[in-house]
Design a protein around this ligand. Structure first.
Ligand SMILES: Nc1ncnc2c1ncn2[C@@H]1O[C@H](COP(=O)(O)OP(=O)(O)OP(=O)(O)O)[C@@H](O)[C@H]1O
Ligand SMILES: [Mg+2]
Length: 328
């Protein structure tokens, strides 16, 4: 149970006004999310800005409310967390937030931020013991001990990320969501930090959901790739297939991969197509898809493609892909 994630039919809407947001327009941010993670997996969650990656991470940690048939993380039912269960769950699952600068209090030295994280979960621990733990954490994330005495504004971008990562590891979690953990850093620092992140995750045999919009980074660390488009998972593939064997299947995943490794494609002549309205039915990628049929009676325009297995451990939500597989 530890380090496993099971998600069935998860939906999240934002908006609405009045008590409990009952009135007014609501916008779906996540629609019918289904997946599982096994212990020890490092799954990357990729997709363009606004596709719902952070929202999904926050739902999995029970930081925001959502609707679902089932969401179980580390064996805890997230929708009905409370009391002692909630406390135990919060220790077992952590999130490294997208913006480390706003998640570190500039008035707290790095050491104090980490002591605080340890004492929140174990108030009975002595300050001396907590300080020892902090130094072990610093060694784990390769942060020199003397840097612990600095305030966040005096730390480099890479050092801040190490502190934020150490804070997430303070409770020895079984499941960690890291949201763009190295964005905005120079490439060599990104590579160092990702390498460290992967080594720690393997050594602790924890499960990680690594949110990133950069497939070049994902390629080095992920064992599995989940691709999101407009609030839905459109592909779920082993990293080996996605990056090294036949490549991704969904036309959107293919586009992401091509533009990641040939960035000049982004600047070529492109006709910008608007997306279909959310919740309007049909495939959300159809206006940009090279393979869709434009006939209105075709399934791409009328039927939301379900996420179905096309090969063992490889699921795709695309009518065209399924026809291709059937024709083989
Ligand atoms: N608190 C909120 N209130 C209203 N809408 C929200 C809220 N948080 C997210 N959204 C909306 O939900 C959608 C998904 O946002 P989310 O931040 O999860 O995307 P993302 O994939 O993480 O994007 P990025 O790559 O830019 O971080 C967006 O349309 C966003 O505007
Ligand atoms: Mg985000």
């Amino acid at each position: 149970m530890k380090g496993t994630v099971q998600v069935e039919h998860l939906y999240k809407e934002f908006g609405g006004s009045g008590l409990f947001g009952k009135w007014g327009d609501k916008t779906p941010a996540l629609e019918d999310i289904n997946f599982t993670l096994e212990k020890g997996e490092l799954a990357a969650l990729v997709g363009e800005s606004g596709s719902g990656k952070t929202t999904l991470g926050r739902c999995l940690l029970g930081l925001i409310k959502f609707e679902s048939r089932k969401v179980k993380v580390n064996g805890y039912d997230i929708a009905s967390l409370g009391g002692a269960d909630e406390k135990a769950f919060r220790m077992s699952a952590q999130m490294v937030f997208q913006n480390p600068f706003s998640s570190l209090n500039p008035a707290f030295k790095a050491r104090d931020a980490l002591v605080e994280a340890i004492r929140v979960h174990d108030p009975s621990i002595s300050r001396e013991k907590a300080n020892d733990e902090v130094e072990k954490l610093a060694a784990l994330v390769q942060l020199p001990i003397d840097r612990l005495n600095e305030y966040p504004p005096s730390l480099s971008g890479g050092e801040k990320r190490r502190v934020v990562f150490a804070r997430a590891l303070a409770t020895n979690p079984d499941f960690v969501v890291t949201d763009e953990p190295v964005s905005g850093l120079d490439q060599p620092i990104q590579a160092q930090l990702l390498d460290l992140m992967r080594k720690i995750q393997r050594r602790q045999n924890s499960t990680m959901l690594f949110i990133s919009h950069d497939l070049r980074l994902v390629r080095f660390v992920a064992t599995r790739v989940l691709v999101m488009h407009r609030g839905r998972i459109v592909e779920d593939a082993p990293a080996e297939i996605f990056f090294h064997q036949q490549g991704p299947s969904h036309p959107y995943s293919r586009e992401l991969l091509e533009s990641a490794f040939h960035p000049d494609q982004l600047f070529g002549p492109q006709v910008q197509q608007s997306h279909p309205e959310r919740g309007s039915g049909g495939c959300s990628f159809r206006n940009r898809c090279k393979f869709t049929s434009t006939e209105m009676d075709q399934p791409c325009a009328t039927m939301t493609p379900p996420l179905l297995e096309i090969k063992s451990n490889h699921r795709v939500a695309c009518h065209w892909c399924r026809n291709q597989e059937a024709d083989r």
